[in-house]
Design a protein around this ligand. Sequence first.
Ligand SMILES: N[C@@H](CCC(=O)N[C@@H](CS)C(=O)NCC(=O)O)C(=O)O
Length: 265
Amino acid sequence: MLILYHGSTSVCSQKVRVGLAELGLSYDSVILDLQKGDQFAPDYRKLNPSAVVPTLVNDGLVVVESSLILEYLDREMGSGQLSPKGEAAQVAADHWMLRTLDMHAAINTLSFSTAARDRIRAKKTPEEIAQDLERMPDPVSRAKRQSLLEDGLASVHVMQALLVLRRAFTDMQAAFEAHDWMMGSAFSKVDVALIAYVDRLDRLGFSGLWLNEFPAIDGWLRAMQTRQSYATGIAAFADPVASKTLRQSGERYWPDLEERWLKLP
Ligand SMILES: N[C@@H](CCC(=O)N[C@@H](CS)C(=O)NCC(=O)O)C(=O)O
């Protein structure tokens, strides 16, 4: 039996839930409240020492890293149905799966320098925020989070995130000018791996990042949003009140973010 440890609105959990739905796989769900700090519980850290979600357990076998979980599910349980055919396409897909690490870091940066920053600073005292930071096991991630919460969009991490996104969007636009899905005419794990990141930017009210320069991304996003796997893996877990707050908060930052985006080299 598959057990998925995940967060309701965590992007990497969304990715895996979309993949599970695309493959028609059922699973036992253990939802961690990341805002409360469930990810730091000692028993969970035995499964995932980095104290992050998602984690998949299959008959005692522990699989971490959302893109690797997708690969594992497709290979072991989906007979490779989400993997493109042909050597070149497989190499390109592998590269995209690796690039999702940078995409994740970029989306994390844009969330924690805007809407998540607002939410955390409104709810927690500076002492509580410091305690939360102290619990993060990786000192580099901790320093990044601190910089985002303190400096917002002025954090040094923001420019790097925007550069990663610009490179990714340039390549995605080229892909969608050539075919409907990332890897060709067939839907694949790369579409699954990317949807949660672009959808999060959309939910933050940041679609201006692609609408003018990379419009084909919007067509793909809207097509993804009509799939049943999106309804099951992403929309079903979104709380309407929190979604509204997320967008309102993100939109307040958009003019500043847009200015930085337009200044990119
Ligand atoms: N590269 C990892 C990233 C995992 C990750 O950072 N997960 C976030 C949620 S999307 C998390 O658990 N954050 C907990 C925290 O920030 O304390 C993956 O794709 O699985």
